[in-house]
Write a protein that binds this ligand. Sequence first.
Ligand SMILES: NC(=O)c1ccc[n+]([C@@H]2O[C@H](COP(=O)([O-])OP(=O)(O)OC[C@H]3O[C@@H](n4cnc5c(N)ncnc54)[C@H](OP(=O)(O)O)[C@@H]3O)[C@@H](O)[C@H]2O)c1
Length: 326
Amino acid sequence: MQICQELSLPSMGCGTWAWGNRLLWGYDESMDAQLQAVFNLCVSNGVTLFDTGDSYGTGRLNGRSESLLGRFSREYLGSGKENICIATKLAAYPWRWTRQSMVSACKSSAKRLGKNVDLVQMHWSTANYAPWQEKGLLDGLADLYEQGLVKGVGLSNYGPKRLKRVHQRFAERGVPIATLQVQYSLLSTYPVTELEVKDVCDQLGIKLIAYSPLALGLLTGKYSEKGPFPKGIRGLLFRQMLPGIRPLLASLREVAQSRNKTMSQVSINWCICKGAIPIPGAKSMEQAKENIGALGWELNSGEIAELDQAAASADKKMVQNIFQTR
Ligand SMILES: NC(=O)c1ccc[n+]([C@@H]2O[C@H](COP(=O)([O-])OP(=O)(O)OC[C@H]3O[C@@H](n4cnc5c(N)ncnc54)[C@H](OP(=O)(O)O)[C@@H]3O)[C@@H](O)[C@H]2O)c1
């Protein structure tokens, strides 16, 4: 067994789901220079964790997010380069079920990145629909660590029960689980308040990563009931959600104004205060700059309690990922 190098996890990361998705997010190649500038700005400000997935980018753009991250990290020459941590997620595709298929998938990701993956994560559990598939995938994930092909291993969309089981299984092989990634924001408190994954993570020494911390943009305050709405599925979702989250947005706005921060910054800071590592997706320099402004200060306990209460009484919540297990 190889000794894996240590993972370097900052208090905030950057998501790159949008970096390659034409259908959902309107990405096209003309955005690459801007995304590179976003990458550089993040790293030079200590935001050195980048989350991607081998399913990010469809059709002709297959693997695009990983390829871009590889290029950007190679070309980046500024400070913090040594701390860059690329976290990819391997999809539990139906045709992937042997342990070797996971090792091959991670090697393909490494090829796109032009370097080894730092943190490899199981994108989702197949427990809800094809439980027989999961054993091989998880064994493969642990093989990657044992073979020294990754610095760390993580899971995504796992609930506490499954997490404990996988932890036990990996512990028998001496493979630590570094991170668990769940949908966590003021509009998606379910994994923490109901499933109690944070408590389990703390018990097992696992860092919690909060994905979609801005609820796909809803918590930024830039979308209103009158529109305009983003194109496609997000637009439909926002139309349904906005009327039911008025009090939450009002509370967020109030806290933001009293702090001289933006609603995005308060939403991201709330995740950090809850002990999670948020990975907001930024597509432009303006968004990246704003999100970086969530670092270096902390909401106080009164503000957190006010936001918690507003979140708990929101009529609408984000739909949970269908793959989230218990
Ligand atoms: N494990 C999983 O199953 C899973 C699932 C989903 C996401 N993720 C990860 O989590 C990352 C982040 O999640 P996400 O992209 O779904 O949602 P998010 O971070 O909640 O929202 C990102 C979107 O919000 C808008 N935005 C970001 N910063 C902004 C700012 N400062 N001001 C105004 N608008 C801003 C942008 O969209 P517009 O400009 O178009 O409004 C951006 O694409 C993903 O990139 C991915 O790495 C993981």
